[in-house]
Every structure is written in structure tokens, then in C-alpha cells.
Design a binder for this molecule. Structure first.
Ligand code: GAR
Length: 210
């Protein structure tokens, strides 16, 4: 089976959704490690509890992004992954790190890219007044939140939404979308054609809220 390392910073609910899909057999992926940048991450604690190897590489122990990223890559590479999944990993990565994992580094972002890159995406969506919002799973490139898109999930924006209610609606779709993409990667069905992603047998890669 293809090997996946997942990077988390906090809650880790997307990582949990992926691990649960892998363990349920719906996604033939081998989650070989969960690595975090914060020792107090709830996601890391959960992964350790369910018996997945975990490691912490703290950004506080490094005085430059280059030094942190080199330590992080060394830790990741001990597990020899085919793919590295960012799942709520809240550090900006250097282009050296991104290049090292070219075509193998994936992220989930809580907006319909290329709209609303960066932080506070649900607040950005509410203040823009869009009626459709969602999440994107994309390959990571050196330009933040701009790599080739593997799949997207869409939800309506309602008049009485707050950041909290909108975030919850998007998160529910994230938890279905990311395991789905991991399954395609695990099955070896994903290729890149320039800036476009092709997944054999998946013509429609838009997921909509239930
Ligand atoms: C998720 O909504 C993810 O899309 C977002 O952080 C949350 C992490 O939740 N990621 C980003 O904003 C990346 N810039 P989780 O730790 O429970 O998966």
C-alpha cells in the first residue's frame, strides 16, 4: 500500500477522518506517521492513542523557516512516505521544502480556491457576500494556497450564518472530501497535466453538502 505521513497543528479532525477511512478499509492507504509542530496538539494525542507513530518538530526550536523545514523533512523522510498530507498544518513552508516533495505534498484549504487564500476564510466568505463556499484539496506549490486542485466541496452560505456555523458546514464536507482524495492517491489514479489534475475514472470531483 502507498505510504502517507500526515502533518497537523491542532485539533486534527481531518487527519482522524482519513485514519478512520483507512482503517475501515474504504481507502487502501497506509498512514505511517502523524507529525505535528505543537506538542499539545489534540490531533497528535489521538493518533498516539490509536497506535500511529507520532513525532513533534517544534518551530520554537528553530530560528529560521529553513532550519525548521529541514528538521521537519528529516523527520518525515524517516517514514519514507509516498505522499505527505497537510491537515490543518498552520505553518508556511519554504520553497525548498515544497520542492523536495514536488507532486507528493497535498493540502486541504477551507475555501473554494482560488477565492480566499490565507487565514479566516469563513469570515472572508461572509464579508464578500458569496452564496457558495467550501473547501479545496490541492497540490502544494511554492505560492501559498495556489497549487493544482484535486477536488472541491461546496456548501451554501445562509443568511443567518456566522463564522462558526459556516465553518461547521464546510468541515463536514472536508471530512468526506479529504479521505476520498486519499483513496484516489492510494489507488494510483492521480496525475498532473500542467496545472490540472486528472483522476482516472473521476470525471466529477465536486462534492456537495448533504
Ligand atoms: C480545517 O478546516 C482545514 O481546512 C484548515 O484548518 C482546519 C483544521 O482542522 N486549514 C487551513 O486553514 C490551512 N491554512 P482540523 O485540525 O480539525 O483538521
Amino acid at each position: 500500500a502507498r505510504r502517507f505521513v500526515i502533518l497537523v497543528s491542532g485539533r486534527g479532525s481531518n487527519m482522524r477522518a482519513i485514519v478512520q477511512a483507512a482503517r475501515a478499509g474504504t481507502c487502501p492507504a497506509d498512514i505511517v506517521a502523524v507529525i505535528g509542530n505543537r506538542a499539545d496538539s489534540a490531533g497528535l494525542a489521538w493518533a498516539a492513542e490509536v497506535g500511529i507513530p507520532t513525532a513533534v518538530v517544534s518551530h520554537r526550536d528553530h530560528d529560521s523557516r529553513e532550519s525548521f523545514d529541514a528538521a521537519l523533512a528529516a523527520e518525515i523522510d524517516r517514514f519514507a512516505p509516498d505522499y505527505v498530507l497537510l491537515a490543518g498544518f498552520m505553518r508556511i513552508l519554504t520553497s525548498g521544502f515544497v520542492d523536495h516533495y514536488r507532486g507528493r505534498l497535498i493540502n486541504i484549504h477551507p475555501s473554494l480556491l482560488p477565492m480566499f487564500p490565507g487565514l479566516a476564510t469563513h469570515a472572508q466568505a461572509l464579508s464578500a457576500g458569496v452564496r457558495v463556499h467550501g473547501c479545496s484539496v490541492h497540490f502544494v506549490t511554492p505560492v501559498l494556497d495556489h497549487g493544482p486542485i484535486l477536488a472541491q466541496g461546496a456548501v451554501p452560505v445562509l443568511d443567518d450564518d456566522t463564522e462558526t456555523t459556516l465553518a461547521a458546514r464546510v468541515l463536514e464536507v472536508e471530512h468526506r472530501l479529504y479521505p476520498q482524495v486519499v483513496r484516489w492517491l492510494a489507488e494510483g489514479r492521480v496525475r498532473l497535466d500542467g496545472n490540472r489534475v486528472i483522476v482516472d475514472g473521476e470525471n466529477n470531483r465536486l462534492l456537495e453538502s448533504a
